[in-house]
Design a protein around this ligand. Structure first.
Ligand SMILES: *Cc1c(COP(=O)(O)O)cnc(C)c1O
Length: 394
């Protein structure tokens, strides 16, 4: 017997970990810095770490009160009803819930290319088909309603990522509103704000709730995570904020207890720790400015805790950096074979990354201008390949 036909399904390629790389290269883990997965360089909120230790003695119980308490705390933070907060096992879990709540077999979702691989993976798990819209490198990956509408064909969900991973670009709320107005009643726009804390823009929760001059609407949802600004990637906690009209579906689609007791307790402590988030955001803003100023290659402006760098040959440069102890993300799997993504580290880590990258670029003798010219051909080819619905999104 075999599993079902999984040939359309692509395995998720995570950023590489220090232990993994050190073991492979037979080196000491302490020689490496990992700037590959947009993790928090300051660690978890200290309050969350204490809560995790305190909760260790009660993990024999299913999470009930902790789940309810965290739901209320998140609802308060956004000033929405508790029922509008769908806690999940990571932002990824919330992506699954939104697909479970919407997709009938054969329904389509529309996702950005380049973009976050899990949208497409999850849609396929739920028997949906995946179509893509291209964010154009020639246009600095700008996001607006027209770019999406050009490819839109009545998909059930349109995925927007703001700030966008891996490019760092954002989409204005006015553009999201326009898109929502011009798409079918049965199309849900999900705005993935996994990096929302790092951006100087309002959350699309304003569109759901009808704030800041927008009319309230029932066709926009927002995704958030504790993995990035809160430093809790290892506990797996995220959530969706949905319109009132969607609230009841949660009880029917959520995996029971998927947001664990430890995750809920850590999350509750972390939402109360403003100081840690502020410090994290400040570090990221300083680091992305430093990277833009000092890297000897093109660095796109970013509203996230990472930057995208045009290095010409991503796999060669990423490998060379790894040899030199700095692990970055090769963006080939995102469809950007000329680029690496570098996570904002502490001040010392970021300086080391810049120094190491500049030395590697000089030694590899990569000419970023020539590299850009090379990838121009790929860029021209991208819309054509994305016109083919069979081509995987990443
Ligand atoms: C990190 C990330 C998420 C969510 O990650 P989780 O760890 O599952 O919470 C969602 N979307 C994007 C674009 C991300 O980069």
């Amino acid at each position: 017997m075999q599993p079902r036909d999984l040939s359309d399904h692509i395995a998720y390629e995570a950023g590489r970990g220090i232990e993994e790389v050190a073991r492979e290269l037979k080196r000491d883990p302490s020689e490496f810095v990992k700037l590959a997965s947009n993790e928090n360089p300051h660690g978890p909120s200290p309050a969350a770490a204490v809560a995790l230790r305190d909760a260790a003695g009660t993990v024999n119980s299913y999470p009930k009160a902790a789940h309810a308490d965290l739901t209320s705390a998140v609802a308060d933070r956004w000033d929405v009803a508790d029922e509008q907060v769908w806690l999940a096992n990571g932002g990824d879990g919330a992506i699954d819930y939104l697909h479970r709540a919407t997709l009938e077999p054969g329904d389509d979702v529309l996702v950005p290319e380049p973009g976050f691989a899990y949208y497409g993976m999850s849609a396929r798990f739920h028997h949906g088909d995946v179509r893509t819209y291209a964010l154009e490198r020639a246009n600095d990956f700008a996001q607006d309603a027209a770019t999406v509408l050009e490819r839109y064909d009545d998909e059930r969900i349109v995925w927007l990522t703001s700030p966008h991973n891996p490019t760092g670009s954002t989409i204005a709320l006015e553009e999201i509103e326009r898109l929502a107005d011009e798409t079918a009643d049965e199309t849900l726009l999900v705005v993935d704000e996994a990096y929302g804390e790092f951006a100087d823009v309002n959350s699309a929760v304003s569109l759901i709730e009808g704030r800041d001059g927008f009319d309230a609407r029932d066709d926009v949802a927002v995704l958030r995570t504790f993995s990035k600004a809160y430093g809790l990637a290892g506990v797996r906690l995220g959530y969706a904020i949905v319109p009132d009209e969607w609230a009841d579906a949660y009880a029917r689609v959520n995996t029971p207890f998927a947001a664990s007791e430890l995750a809920c307790r850590a999350g509750l402590a972390a939402v109360g720790d403003r100081e840690h988030v502020d410090r994290t955001v400040e570090t990221a803003i300083d680091a992305r400015e430093y990277l833009r100023e000092h890297v000897d290659a093109h660095v796109w402006p970013s509203e996230g805790n990472f930057v995208l760098v045009d290095v010409g040959d991503a796999s060669a440069v990423a490998e060379e950096l790894q040899e030199r102890g700095v692990i970055v993300r090769d963006c080939s799997s995102f469809g950007l074979p000329g680029c690496v993504r570098i996570t904002c580290g502490t001040e010392a880590e970021t300086e080391r990354a810049v120094e190491t990258l500049n030395a590697a670029l000089a030694d590899l003798d990569v000419d970023p201008d020539e590299a850009s010219a090379d990838s121009e051909g790929e860029r021209d080819a991208a819309p054509e390949s994305s016109a083919n619905a069979e081509v995987p999104d990443t």
